[in-house]
Each structure stands twice: as structure tokens, then as C-alpha cells.
Design a protein around this ligand. Structure first.
Ligand SMILES: Nc1ncnc2c1ncn2[C@@H]1O[C@H](COP(=O)(O)OP(=O)(O)OP(=O)(O)O)[C@@H](O)[C@H]1O
Ligand SMILES: [Mg+2]
Length: 635
């Protein structure tokens, strides 16, 4: 790779990575970062610090409310298991002292004793009950947490289906998806393990400490002197490892984003001979990931050995001091054994708890990102007195409609037009003029800023939303097919349509003949947005989907742009019958398709500049004439 290429890439991805790491501490910013189309780093794992941990915890518990009794049971079982562990170790003391008495080191009544077989049996019972309790509470907790996740995912998906389109304009698809996968996963991890291990960790810590003090206060002090050292070391390692972990995630995000982009754009890469450059860029990202991963894993991996060795040192010292106490101050050998055992257990919960903290933080930050979506206001609810009257006739009136997607940026200015029921209105104009925007407003994908849109004399905001959309059939500019059979895809337009109606709609859309040529006809399964169909065939299926609906209003946005002119004429003939009973709004760049419209509306920069029928507009020799003949009067 050339040095200058490397430098350019370094610059590009350094910025990306910085922005990503910054966005981790402020998820709200992450959502805005880079506007609409953001891929890669931003769409990665939910990490960082939660803004209001208490609130998220409370809300998460809300998902387990029904299981509250079970959680109490879990709590009790965790208590039993932890106490059993502590008690089990303590039995060692009288057992060993009993052996010491047997070899004559102590007098019979000098120390507490327990016969070896009894002791072993007792320990077995205690430890087995601990294991059993642990098994039960983990099973219960698994059920509880998976139920909570199920509910959470359902709610999230439901919410996502009810969000206004505006939300999708400002949020990256990858980012939304990562909330479903990564964030929900980390919440799941936390619910599965963390709660129980925190309770048991705290109990073990406090319990061990109490028993240590009870066994020998001096030795406890010796052990405690070492604990801060262990804690500080753990903290230092954890901080470093967190830093590198973030960098690693950023690098991983960039790499994943790049792979995705390249695979889906493989054709473009090849057409522009970008293979070399693309391989170089990948190599850079790959190396970067290796470096970041080395640091991250090194610090992540170093944590345990360091902690382990530190506790070995502490163990040795405790044992030495304990031994001296035995010899000089009459500390019993059984007590020493138990104590040494405890001192080993003592550092375990500290380690575990410090590890859990990171996990909890990232899960709570993830929870916040999930709740962020949940709290995004959905589409404005239908008005209290929203109506869904008898079948609509399809009279559409736009009056002085002004609208912008983003505040302060007006896209449509004072647009007015009138469509009588059954009329065909054509919207024409150059790219970006605002044609699709008008249809977005009629379907209430977006609400207008001022003016009014009425259908059959009623403001569309006074209809129930689903009623309004049930009355509008639409072929969108970008086709979309779901995975499923051809038949299912057409029936999407009206779920109760019979097979005959599906075929009739397909015939109307001139799709029947190509469908019959497919391997399984109407039962052919389409995958990945109909990747095995041609662009035009995809459009025909979209038209059939609209044709099957009985809606009185039909919107065709560039519906036949990828279809040859002969097929287009076929569709037109087929649709004519359909259109007669419906108000149709047609958008087309190919003006031959709109010639027979009742009215043609010419848009330019969001304003209507000409209107009339085909002949009138031609006679006007204005913009339409220009578009239609390809000639400019000015030439
Ligand atoms: N979701 C959106 N958020 C912000 N701006 C948008 C959005 N969709 C469209 N625009 C802007 O609104 C303007 C009109 O877009 P519109 O899609 O209505 O054009 P159009 O007339 O349908 O063009 P075309 O013939 O290319 O389909 C464009 O300038 C576009 O940048
Ligand atoms: Mg458009």
C-alpha cells in the first residue's frame, strides 16, 4: 500500500473512530451523528455509561413484574447457596481439629471437634444443597430473563412499526438493528447472570469477611491490608482494557461496515475497477483491527492472571502469619485451614463484582438506547373523534399545502389541486421537484405544515389513519417485495383476496405471463427483495399488489419506469378499467404515459408552475412543452 493511501485512510478512519467513541458516552448524539445514512462504527454495540442507571433498572424490572414472586424465590435460593458455601468451608475447622486431637496435638476439650465421617457427610450435604439451589435459581432466572427479553423485543418491534417515517429519515437502519440485536443481547446477559452473581458476590464477600473476623481478627487484618492493592490493580487494568475495548469495537464496526458496503456494492466496485483500492482499504482496516484487538485482548486477558498472582502472594503471607500464630499464640490448625480457605474465596467476589460493573454499565447503556426508541413519540394518535365513514368516493383537494421534511426547509410551497372522483391526475416535473412528497402527504406518511388536504370534503387528519390508508392503493417509486411466494406478495394488497383475484390482478398488471414462466408459477418463493427478478418484473408485481386492493384512490409513482413501452401500454389498457372507478394520481417521467390524464400538474422546486391537459400545456409552450418535446423555446 502506498504511504499516501495509508495516510488518507488513517485520517478518514481516525475521525470515524473518534466520533464513535464519543458517541458511546452520548447515545443521543450517536443517533444524530452523520445525519441519515450512517453505517459502520455508530451502529455497534451499546457501550458506555448509562445516563440514569436507576431509572433504567427500574424500567427493566418492570418487564419482570409478573415474575416478582419467582425473583424472590431466586433471591432466597441465592442466599441459601451462598450461605451453604460459607458454612461448608467452616465445617473444615472442627474436622481438622478432631484429627489434631487424634494425633495428640490438642486436648479433647481444648478445641471444638467433629468426627471425620460425620464431617465429610455434613460437608457433602451442605455443598450438594448449595449446588442444587444454584441449579434451581439459574434455571428460574433463565426463564424470567428470557420472558422479559421476549416482551422487550415484541414491544420494540411494535414500537418500530408505529414510528413515523420521519424517524427512519434521521436514524440509520444499522443503528436501529443493533438495538434489536446487540443491545437486547447485553440486557439479556445482564438479566441472566448478573443479578444472581451480584447478590451471591455481596453475600460471599460480607459472609466471608464475618467468618474471617470470627475465626481470627489478626489474620483478617493482614488479609485486608492486601485487598486495596488487589482492587487498585484490578481497576487500573479495567480502565485500560475498557479504553482499548472501545477502540476495538470502533475498528470492528468500520471493518464490518466496509465489508457490508463492498459486498452489496460489488457490481459498482467491479464496474469502476475499484478492486485494488478496495482491497487496500480492507487491508488497512484489517491491520487496524488487529492492532486494536491485540491491545484490547492483552489487557482483557491480563486481568485474571494479575489478580490470580496477587491473591497468591496474599495467600502465602496469610499462611505464613497464620502458621506463626498457631505456634506462638495457640491459634488452632483447623481455624488456620479454614481461614486460608476463606482468604482465597475473599478475592473472588471482588474480582467478579469489578468485572460485572462493566457488563452492567454496557447493558444499562443498551437498555437506555432501547428505551430511547420506546419513548420516541409514535405517529400522532388518531383524533378522539376520528371517523371511518362509509366507502370513500375519492375526491381529493389540496389547498395551499406547504411542507418541509426538516424544519426551516420548505419543500412544497402553496400547492393546490383538485381531483374529482374517478379522475386521473398526473404530476410531472424534474427530479427533486416534490412529486413523491405530495403523495407522501396524501397518505399521511408526513403531516403538512400548513394548508389543508381533504378527501371527500373531510380533512385527512380527521380520518383514522388505517382507514385512510386502506382507501389508498399505492405503487411506490422504490419497489419492495417481501420474502415469500409471488402469490403472498400480491395478496399483501388485500389479505382476503382469493386465488382467482390474485391471478386477475396479475393479468391486469401484465405480470401473469412472466409469473407462469417462473419455476413454480404463483408459488415461486421470492428471496431478498425479489433478487431473482428483473427490475421491471419487480415493478409489475408491485402494480399487481396495488391492483388487487379495492381502494378508491390509486397512486402510481413511477410505477412503470422500468417496464418497456409495449408492456406499459398493456398495463395501461388493463388498468384503464380499474382507474375508471378510482381517483388516480400518476407520476411519470415518461410523459407519453400521462397524455390522457384529465389534468397534468407541472411542479418545479415544490411549486406548481403549469396545469392543464396535454394539449393545453403543449400550446402554452412552457415547461411541459420543454419536457415533452425535449426542446427549449429559448434555444
Ligand atoms: N425523507 C426526506 N427527508 C428530507 N428531505 C427529503 C426527503 N425526501 C425527499 N426530500 C427532499 O425533498 C425534495 C423533493 O423530493 P421528492 O422525492 O418529492 O422529489 P420527486 O419530485 O419525487 O423527484 P423524483 O422525480 O426524482 O422522484 C428533494 O429536494 C429531496 O431532497
Ligand atoms: Mg419521486
Amino acid at each position: 500500500m502506498k504511504e499516501e493511501t495509508r495516510l488518507r485512510l488513517e485520517e478518514k478512519y481516525r475521525k470515524k473512530s473518534e466520533a464513535y467513541i464519543k458517541s458511546l458516552s452520548d447515545p443521543a448524539k450517536a443517533a444524530q451523528m452523520g445525519g441519515g445514512r450512517r453505517r459502520g462504527p455508530g451502529s455497534m454495540v451499546g457501550m458506555g455509561k448509562p445516563k440514569d442507571a436507576g431509572k433504567s433498572i427500574k424500567r427493566l424490572f418492570g418487564y419482570m413484574k409478573k415474575d416478582a414472586p419467582l425473583i424472590v424465590v431466586v433471591g432466597i435460593l441465592v442466599l441459601i447457596s451462598s450461605f451453604a458455601n460459607l458454612a461448608g468451608s467452616y465445617v473444615l475447622r472442627p474436622v481438622i481439629n478432631g484429627l489434631m486431637v487424634a494425633v495428640g496435638m490438642y486436648e479433647e476439650n481444648e478445641v471444638q471437634t467433629l468426627a471425620l465421617p460425620t464431617g465429610i457427610a455434613l460437608m457433602a450435604v451442605i455443598f450438594l444443597s448449595s449446588v442444587f439451589a444454584q441449579y434451581i435459581y439459574q434455571r428460574i432466572m433463565l426463564g424470567v430473563s428470557q420472558r422479559a427479553l421476549l416482551k422487550l423485543r415484541n414491544e420494540l418491534f411494535e414500537k418500530i412499526s408505529r414510528l413515523p417515517l420521519k424517524f427512519y429519515d434521521t436514524n440509520d437502519t444499522g443503528d436501529i438493528m443493533s438495538r434489536f440485536t446487540n443491545d437486547v443481547d447485553s440486557i439479556g446477559n445482564m438479566l441472566n447472570n448478573t443479578i444472581a452473581s451480584i447478590i451471591s458476590g455481596v453475600i460471599s464477600l460480607v459472609g466471608t469477611l464475618c467468618l474471617m473476623i470470627y475465626t481470627n481478627i489478626w489474620l483478617t487484618i493482614v488479609t485486608l491490608v492486601f485487598s486495596p492493592v488487589i482492587i487498585l490493580a484490578a481497576k487500573a487494568v479495567a480502565t485500560r482494557s475498557r479504553k482499548y475495548y472501545k477502540q476495538q469495537q470502533a475498528a470492528l464496526g468500520s471493518l464490518n461496515g466496509y465489508i457490508e458496503e463492498t459486498i452489496s456494492g460489488q457490481k459498482i466496485v467491479k464496474v469502476f475497477n475499484h478492486e485494488e483500492a478496495s482491497i487496500d482499504e480492507f487491508e488497512y482496516l484489517n491491520t487496524d483491527l488487529r492492532n486494536k484487538q491485540l491491545s484490547a485482548q492483552f489487557f482483557g486477558g491480563i486481568m485474571w492472571p494479575v489478580m490470580g498472582n496477587l491473591s497468591q502472594v496474599s495467600y502465602a503471607i496469610t499462611a505464613t502469619v497464620g502458621g506463626i500464630l498457631c505456634v506462638l499464640r495457640g491459634f488452632d490448625v483447623g481455624g488456620l485451614t479454614t481461614f486460608v480457605n476463606y482468604s482465597r474465596q475473599f478475592s473472588r467476589p471482588i474480582n467478579e463484582l469489578s468485572m460485572q460493573v462493566t457488563e452492567i454499565f454496557s447493558a444499562l447503556a443498551g437498555a437506555e438506547r432501547v428505551f430511547d426508541i420506546m419513548d420516541t413519540p409514535p405517529e400522532l394518535p388518531d383524533k378522539e373523534n376520528a371517523v371511518s365513514p362509509a366507502p370513500l368516493k375519492g375526491e381529493i383537494v389540496l389547498k395551499d399545502v406547504t411542507f418541509g421534511y426538516v424544519e426551516g426547509q420548505t419543500i412544497l410551497k402553496n400547492v393546490s389541486f383538485y381531483a374529482k372522483p374517478g379522475q386521473k391526475i398526473a404530476l410531472v416535473g424534474s427530479t427533486g421537484a416534490g412529486k413523491t412528497t405530495i403523495t407522501n402527504l396524501i397518505t399521511r406518511f408526513y403531516d403538512i405544515d400548513s394548508g389543508s388536504i381533504t378527501i371527500d370534503g373531510v380533512d385527512i387528519r380527521d380520518y383514522k389513519r388505517d382507514y385512510l390508508r386502506k382507501n389508498i392503493a399505492m405503487v411506490l417509486q422504490d419497489t419492495h417485495l417481501f420474502s415469500g411466494t409471488v402469490k403472498e406478495n400480491i395478496r399483501y394488497g388485500r389479505l382476503d383476496a382469493t386465488d382467482e383475484e390474485v391471478i386477475e390482478a396479475a393479468k391486469l398488471a401484465s405480470a401473469h405471463s412472466f409469473i407462469m414462466r417462473l419455476e413454480n408459477g404463483y408459488d415461486t418463493v421470492l428471496e431478498g427483495d425479489g433478487a431473482n427478478l428483473s427490475q421491471g418484473q419487480r415493478q409489475l408485481l408491485n402494480i399487481a399488489r396495488a391492483a388487487i386492493s379495492k381502494a378508491p384512490i390509486l397512486i402510481l409513482d413511477e410505477a412503470t419506469s422500468s417496464v418497456d413501452t409495449r408492456t406499459e401500454r398493456h398495463i395501461e389498457h388493463g388498468m384503464d378499467r380499474l382507474m375508471k372507478e378510482r381517483t388516480t394520481i400518476v407520476i411519470a417521467h415518461r410523459l407519453s404515459t400521462v397524455r390522457n390524464a384529465n389534468a397534468i400538474i407541472v411542479l418545479e422546486h415544490g411549486e406548481i408552475i403549469e396545469r392543464g391537459d396535454h394539449q393545453e400545456l403543449l400550446d402554452m409552450k412552457g415547461r411541459y412543452y420543454e419536457l415533452y418535446t425535449g426542446k427549449s423555446e429559448l434555444e
